[in-house]
Design a binder for this molecule. Structure first.
Ligand SMILES: CCCCCCCCCCCC(=O)SCCNC(=O)CCNC(=O)[C@H](O)C(C)(C)COP(=O)(O)OP(=O)(O)OC[C@H]1O[C@@H](n2cnc3c(N)ncnc32)[C@H](O)[C@@H]1OP(=O)(O)O
Length: 143
């Protein structure tokens, strides 16, 4: 195993990760928000964005809500409800907010909206606060 890189190589947010999503985030009161347009490489069924990719977008924005507030936490559990198909090329809005916090456990909610404001996917997730050393140690090695 090679030494983990020092720079951020997060698949969701790193500007350096060549295959990453390169998401950027904005804070709007209690909401963390990001935008994304899926391309043909993100599809499952023809023209329809892969559900796993949509879950990744939601996971990332919920995690960033915490990270931008100085909270180091990992996703422990997540459920997604896909209500509408998302098409390649649509500008998607992804939003996250906190729903509860008790000890180390933080519950988050996320939603992914189509350009007309329809909610296509909702997510609920439990995040567990961890010591920052845990995520540093577990940064995956790359060649
Ligand atoms: C620069 C980069 C920038 C970028 C930074 C942003 C990067 C974001 C990335 C996106 C986010 C991710 O994908 S994160 C990666 C995906 N997630 C992971 O890899 C996590 C893998 N899982 C783990 O490492 C572990 O299971 C943990 C850390 C989640 C928990 O382990 P632990 O610390 O040993 O915790 P454990 O003892 O099991 O449980 C702790 C407490 O939670 C309770 N608990 C256990 N299960 C549950 C449950 N389902 N619901 C409620 N509570 C629960 C237990 O009873 C216990 O309560 P009590 O006894 O304390 O009362």
């Amino acid at each position: 195993m090679s030494k983990p890189p020092d720079e951020n190589m997060c698949f969701g947010c790193s500007p350096q990760n060549p295959v990453g999503l390169k998401l950027k985030f904005e804070q709007d009161g209690d909401v963390c928000r990001s935008y994304f347009i899926a391309g043909p490489v993100h599809q499952g069924w023809r023209g329809i964005v892969h559900g796993g990719l949509l879950a990744t977008l939601l996971d990332e924005v919920m995690a960033q809500w915490l990270w931008m507030r100085g909270i180091t936490a990992m996703t422990m559990e997540m459920t997604t409800r896909y209500s509408r198909s998302v098409r390649v090329g649509e500008r998607l809005t992804v939003e996250a907010s906190m729903t509860s916090a008790r000890g180390r456990l933080i519950e988050m909610a996320g939603r992914l909206l189509l350009p007309d404001g329809t909610v296509a996917v909702r997510a609920k997730a439990k995040f567990l606060k961890v010591k920052p050393e845990k995520v540093k140690k577990e940064v995956p090695a790359i060649e």
